[in-house]
Design a protein around this ligand. Structure first.
Ligand SMILES: Cc1cc2nc3c(=O)[nH]c(=O)nc-3n(C[C@H](O)[C@H](O)[C@H](O)COP(=O)(O)OP(=O)(O)OC[C@H]3O[C@@H](n4cnc5c(N)ncnc54)[C@H](O)[C@@H]3O)c2cc1C
Length: 450
């Protein structure tokens, strides 16, 4: 009997188990442009943890690779499948199970879309804070599996700071609970946080208990222009004293790309910083003075919510403006905030050496930068240079004390860079952890750890 037939029989007639190649192809990859993939032999659109448990038990016994899929918005090839694999998609497990406003928590199935939870929480005057730019289509399970970041993380922390508990299906099919719904718990080793950022390599997250908070008030928004990115980056470090709820940087290459598309008046700037304060709006003037002491050309602020979207437009347009110029490779590295300027200088030199446009923008407050390499569509030689430059950018960040990924994950495109920044002992420890949870290495094999 084929694996497909066996799985259909085990899970039962109600299962959404698909082998139609036109459909399985659409579940074979995420948004990473150069990661390998092939349509899986089947896709299970799971409706319950029990279905996942049955499928994993069978896959484990038969050593079948399993790729977990949230919404497929990932940028690291993490959800990419191979021809002999089974994809388990959580998209149908999209129920908000409970909003407990008194305890300020939500219990959700892992396929719930991030923004849907935030909207539901807002009806109680609460918010789910982690805000990846993909929040209107990425799943909370995917966010937890990648430990997703976003703009407000400079103040509120990344996804890991907002997860209290989860339900996980292990590789052998057993269903376990990790963490507690309580605000504090130190009863066990922190296996909960081991799963956050594990990128589908240790188990499948089926349910999450998440922190909600009282909805922050509408922020005041500031924008300051600087003659050079060095000055802007130095100012960014100083601005952390104001506890910004957003602190973003955009370099000159990206500003020019935006100007060419939507003139916003930044043609003379070498860089801009954008900042939001969701409390203490009265500090805005002091912020601009701090910017001035670091050589800013100009700065404005507004606490009118209607103005905020205009002021942050340049950051919102950064990636689409670069995308308009050609094919793009969006990188993701994190480094000490004090090293941003040096990092940018080295990436600019790389851009000259390789004759590739590289626009740089990112979450300055977290030192999380997204250099974006642009090359002509269909130019194979340039595409290869771009892929090479993608790796060089990671190495530049690592040489400055940074790390291969700040928020997008290692997936299938970055395991080769991990050993540059951790010892052999730590790699072996990671492999040993993987073996404990997934002895037959069926879960996302070849990804995350080298
Ligand atoms: C336009 C755009 C903007 C983005 N902006 C940001 C950003 O600001 N910050 C940021 O951090 N990321 C960002 N991303 C990347 C991406 O959205 C995140 O990595 C997101 O968390 C992935 O969620 P997903 O549901 O799409 O997961 P998928 O892409 O489906 O999967 C991602 C990884 O998690 C695993 N996985 C998914 N669900 C589960 C589960 N339930 N259990 C176990 N493993 C699972 C998969 O196997 C895979 O390894 C952006 C992507 C795009 C396209």
């Amino acid at each position: 009997m084929s694996h497909f037939a066996a799985l259909s029989e085990l899970i039962g007639p109600a299962a959404s188990l698909i082998s139609d190649p036109d459909i399985t192809a659409s579940y074979s990859r995420d948004q990473a442009p150069f990661a390998e993939s092939a349509p899986p032999f089947a896709v299970l659109l799971a409706k319950t943890a029990t279905e996942i448990s049955i499928a994993l038990k069978y896959a484990n016994e038969n050593k079948i690779a399993v790729v977990t899929r949230g919404a497929g918005s990932g940028l690291s090839g993490g959800a990419n499948s191979s021809a002999d694999s089974l994809v388990i998609s959580l998209e149908k497990m999209n129920q908000i199970l409970e909003i407990d406003s008194a305890n300020q928590i939500a219990r959700v199935q892992a396929g719930v879309i991030n923004l849907d939870l935030d909207k539901a929480a807002s009806e109680f005057g609460l918010a789910y804070l982690p805000d990846p730019a993909s929040r209107d289509w990425s799943s909370l399970g995917g966010n937890a599996a990648t430990n997703a970041g976003g703009m407000c993380c400079v103040k509120y922390g990344v996804t890991s700071a907002h997860v209290r508990a989860m339900q996980v299906v292990l590789a052998n099919g057993e269903i376990i609970e990790l963490g507690k719904a309580t605000k504090k718990s130190v009863t066990t080793y922190d296996l909960l946080h081991l799963f956050i950022g594990s990128e589908g390599t240790l188990g499948i997250i089926t349910e999450l208990t998440l922190n909600l908070v009282v909805r922050p008030s509408a922020p005041a928004t500031l924008i300051a222009t600087f003659p050079t990115i060095t000055k802007a980056a130095a100012a960014a470090a100083a601005l952390l004293q104001y506890r910004p709820s957003m602190l973003e940087i955009v370099d000159q290459t990206t500003l020019r790309a935006v100007e060419a598309w939507h003139p916003l008046g930044f043609e003379v700037a070498g860089s801009v910083l954008l900042m939001q304060l969701d409390e203490n709006h009265s500090l805005c003037q002091a912020v601009l003075e701090t910017c001035k002491s670091f050589g800013s050309i100009d700065g404005v602020y507004s606490d009118d919510p209607a103005d905020a979207s205009d002021l942050i437009r340049v950051r919102k347009l950064a990636y689409p403006a670069l995308e308009r110029m050609g094919a793009t490779l969006l990188d993701d590295v994190a480094l000490p905030i004090t090293k941003i300027a040096e990092f940018v200088e080295q990436v600019e030199a790389l851009s000259k050496d390789t004759n590739l446009v590289i626009g740089i923008f990112g979450h300055a407050g977290d030192g999380n930068m997204h250099p974006t390499i642009v090359h002509d569509h269909g130019d194979q030689a340039a595409a290869e240079r771009a892929q090479n430059a993608f790796g060089k950018i990671i190495e530049i960040a690592q040489s400055l004390g940074g790390t291969a990924s700040g928020e997008h994950g290692i997936g299938s495109i970055k395991p080769g860079f991990v050993a540059n920044e951790i010892s052999t002992t730590v790699i072996e420890l990671q492999r040993a952890v993987k073996k404990v949870f997934d002895p037959n290495s069926i879960l996302n094999p070849g990804k995350k750890i080298p």
